[in-house]
Design a protein around this ligand. Sequence first.
Ligand code: ADP
Length: 740
Amino acid sequence: MQKSVIKESLKKKSIIALAVYLAVFIAIFGTITYWVVESPVRAKLEQNLDIRSEFLAAEISAPLHSSLGVLKSIVAMGETISDRQSLDKALCQVFKLNDGIAVSGGIWPEPYSVDPDVKLSSLFYNRTSTGEVDKIDLWNNPQTAGYHIEPWYTSVKDTPSNTISWSEVYVDPYTHVQMITASAPYYIEGVFAGVATVDLSLENLIGFVKSKAREHDLGVIVRDANQQVITEHNFRVERGIYISQLSFGDFNWSLEVVNARRLVADEVADIVKSVELGIVPVMLLCLMFGYYLINQYLIKPIAIIAKEVDESRHGGSIDINYRSPDEIRYLIDSFNQKTVYLDQERMKAQASTKAKTAFLATLSHEIRTPMNGVLGTAQILLKTDLSVEQRKHLKTLYDSGDHMMSLLNEILDYSKIEQGHIELDSHPFPLNSIIGSIHSVYHTLCNEKGLKFSVYSDIEDERWYQGDKARLRQILFNLLNNAVKFTSQGNIEVFLSEKIGAEKNTLTIRVKDTGIGIAPEAQARIFKPFEQAESSTTRRFGGTGLGLAIVKEIALVMGGDIKLTSQEGIGSEFEVTVRLASCKPKPLDVHIERNLDYRGLKALIVEDNRTNTIIIETFMKRKGFITYSVVNGEEALKAVATQNYDLILMDNHMPVMDGVEAIAGIRNMPGKEKDTLIFGCTADVFKETRERMMGAGADFIVGKPIDERILDDALYQFANKLFQFSGRKGSNVTSLGVSK
Ligand code: ADP
């Protein structure tokens, strides 16, 4: 199963979740605060502005109203002082003493009322900027239409006493100052006698308004009764701005005031912001504490569990210091229970695999030993005088036995691979030696079937590889066996190519045939053990369904793979890649004649199976040996103690005492007999058996059935030991210990 990787950490996720939570919280909190705070704050700010405008209005009205006192005293003078000179003096005095905004004014009697010959006889005074009071006679010019037609005069003529009329704001043509005139009638003995006026300079008033507006950051506009602007300062109206409006005074002026620098809305936002700034750090602290708790009690234990689980991927329970009896504890306990259960199951499975291996070892011995007997006997019989009929039957017997032996070998081979016991040999070999052997074997085979066989290679002739030649050969032989088996006409081709790599080269082997092909649905299946493309295959072509499974396993172990392209009825192409290191060519071994003279040498055969004993005896006698035989290890020890043997052929599985024990016993003997040449002789394919025998002191292991060439090679190699007791050397031995 593929190992999954932790791509997103819980820690990161929880931080993101908390950040989102914080953002949402601040947004909601801000909105609520705004709703709650906004309206009272706004009302308060508007009220403040109203108060300021009222205050301003009052301040503006004050000098205007105080000027009315001046007007009233002028009226009183007009009504009470009949002497013209005294009146003149009194009026002059009024303006001299007054330093307010009333800058001019006077008495405007009805035409001809003072002197029947004089139409206009006003007493009008003006205080200059230096404080002097001038009497202005301009209005008394008889050439003019007269002051009695002026609006400030007519507006109060014959009106009840105490009436006051205010003129519009106007610009004085002499001083260019904004002015306003208040006029009032006066009566002498109940008869309308004329009009008293006072002119007020607005210059100071405007200055005052502006300074107040500046002081309080206000925008101000003052309008007269006719909505004419008297003065304006910083009055800018923006959308949503609050305007405080007020009408004031007898003269019906109006005042509009705004907050000049900041809108009320800005002020509200500021207050909300400061409230939030006070609360957000507290919130952040709470959140951090909350995160600490979540991290401590949830995320951290889960992260530790994930790490421990990862580390205990190949077994073992997880041990975390987590005491709280909650779901996490439950998770840890359940995992551990499961691990214990799985460990037990694994041990059971391992035990059963071991049992299987042991069973296969026994099976190999039990089946291969009698099979060896069958094949050996058949071989011996084939060398005797037989009738044609007998020879034919015996040949069939031998072929069937041989086939059974190869099936058995294949099963054992696969079970070895399955258990991971496949160990690659690493020896230098020329690729050409494999090409040569497939050529010689399959050329003949194909010829017999009427098939064309060709091998194409892109690889240089001198290519040598360092690796397992036998396994590479096995791959090719398995694929070619199938190709020949499943092709009845056409041709079989082998293509060899290689890609040079830094450390190893990739060798590609393609075996192509024009055979029956493989159905698409069977193509993946046939690489599994005991699987064949069709159920009828065994019946029609024989086989175990193990060949391709073995090829695939070997290819995988050799760092490659296998691919198949096939079309039913057209043919198949298997492509196998393997990775092999190339190496320098080695000089080929010189063939040395190995016909030593074995005549008169004594060979002790230790074997419990009678048939095998006969086969080996016949075999050895034919070579010139004098043979002796015993049926177990114990008897072998006794025999070796009584006389010297030149060679001992020792079987492994035997009753009473097995081969390993017997070899060890001989090697521990006191005399020269302990150096006797001993060849382990076993049908066991397992490396362990061979290693155990070699470990006990065997000089060499020959497989069963005995391959004469291998035996000759071994005897040649150990010639000095072989001839140690006979005191002679075998003929034709040129040099001892030459490797085969
Ligand atoms: P076996 O040949 O012993 O049955 P293999 O594992 O070698 O086992 O092959 C499995 C099956 O794949 C064969 O039984 C056969 O059905 C199919 N097969 C293999 N090679 C070929 C081929 N060259 N042409 C057609 N079918 C093939």
